[in-house]
Design a protein around this ligand. Structure first.
Ligand code: HEC
Length: 86
């Protein structure tokens, strides 16, 4: 099981240039082109398995962004924790 608190901290460090990671994140990413994490969380097709698959391969426009298994577990635990929030 991943740790959502650690995942949030990791995402705020690594994913914020492009994604809105948290609702209290003041400025959207510099390249704000990527989907909001809450939108990802509420996308039905984005199951934990799908998220693992996505994060195990290179990211669009960021070929070197491949997360370790541990980082994936934490970030996915965080994303899943955002589900069904208003
Ligand atoms: C350099 C910019 C950039 C960074 C940094 C970045 N992403 Fe992304 N990400 C994107 C873009 C652009 C897309 C949309 C790709 C598409 O729709 O084809 C995306 C899509 C995604 C998706 C799939 C969403 C969907 O609905 O298909 C997930 C999950 C995701 N990112 C997670 C992360 C995580 C977790 C991090 C941090 C570890 C991260 N991203 C960092 C640019 C970025």
């Amino acid at each position: 099981m991943g740790d959502p608190i650690a995942g949030r901290a990791f995402a705020l460090e690594v994913c914020t240039p492009c994604h809105r990671v948290a609702t209290d994140q003041l400025s959207p990413g510099r390249f704000a082109v990527a989907p909001d994490f809450r939108a990802i969380a509420n996308t039905r097709a984005m199951t934990e398995t799908a998220l693992h698959a996505f994060l195990s391969t290179s990211h669009p426009s960021m070929p070197n962004l491949i997360l370790s298994q541990h980082e994936q577990d934490d970030v996915i635990a965080y994303i899943v924790s955002l589900r069904h929030q208003p």
